[in-house]
Ligand binder design. Structure first.
Ligand code: SF4
Length: 213
């Protein structure tokens, strides 16, 4: 039986992007193929330090993940049978290293909609996902997921937004945080970016202001 390595599973409002405010079960997968930090490098876009712990994890099969997600939402079977849906968000680390069709199908069968937050370095278009957020952390020529519902760039002070190779309905720019502290210079910089590029929209890591995960 296939097992996934999962860092944590928790129930919280989505803090960023066009789905901000929607309650979601976050499934954070262990491991990432990048090491984002202030310095620019092949495995780092530069401008911010990754503040995510993605080294630890436990092995879970698809049925165990579904069981934990259902328990967190806490709704009876009749709620799902009545056509209601709850969101699951795959994040990490880099979830595209592990999420597969088997897991998405199992969550769909249990009454969930599936979203992913990926750095775009893997093609996830064949997984049957309901919402794709690409937040590129690699050079544009290395982005492999070429369509998305939203594309989001985390920008520190002085960093420009590229012309995205990933085509998305919504284009978002998100000011870098210093840990849980809002970097005011990054906010002012991002406001200037959206003034100059009105097709972009400001996104904030609102869960940090709400002080929830
Ligand atoms: S891609 Fe995301 S999880 Fe991976 S190192 Fe960069 S910020 Fe951290």
């Amino acid at each position: 039986m296939k097992h996934y390595t999962v860092n944590e599973i928790f129930w919280s409002p989505q803090g960023e992007g066009m789905r901000a405010g929607q309650m979601s079960v976050f499934i954070r997968f262990t491991g990432c193929n990048l090491r984002c930090r202030m310095e620019e490098a092949e495995d780092s876009p530069g401008g911010f330090d990754c503040d995510t712990e993605f080294a630890s994890g436990r092995k879970l099969c698809a049925a165990e993940i579904v069981g934990e997600a259902r328990a967190l939402v806490g709704k009876p079977q009749a709620w799902y049978d009545g056509g209601h849906k709850a969101w699951v968000v795959f994040s990490g680390g880099e979830p595209a290293l592990q999420v597969d069709r088997e897991l998405v199908d199992a969550l769909h069968a249990a009454g969930f909609l599936c979203a992913i937050e990926t750095n775009g370095s893997k093609d996830v278009s064949g997984l049957g996902l309901d919402w794709i957020t690409v937040s590129p952390k690699v050079a544009e020529h290395a982005v492999r997921q070429l369509t998305a519902d939203e594309v989001k760039y985390v920008r520190g002070y002085g960093q420009v937004v590229p012309k995205p190779v990933c085509k998305a309905m919504h284009q978002l720019v998100s000011p870098a945080f210093d840990g849980w502290t809002l970097d005011k210079r990054a906010v002012e910089w991002c406001l200037q970016l959206i003034k100059e590029n009105p097709e972009w929209r400001l996104s904030m890591q609102q869960h940090k202001a709400w002080q929830v995960r």
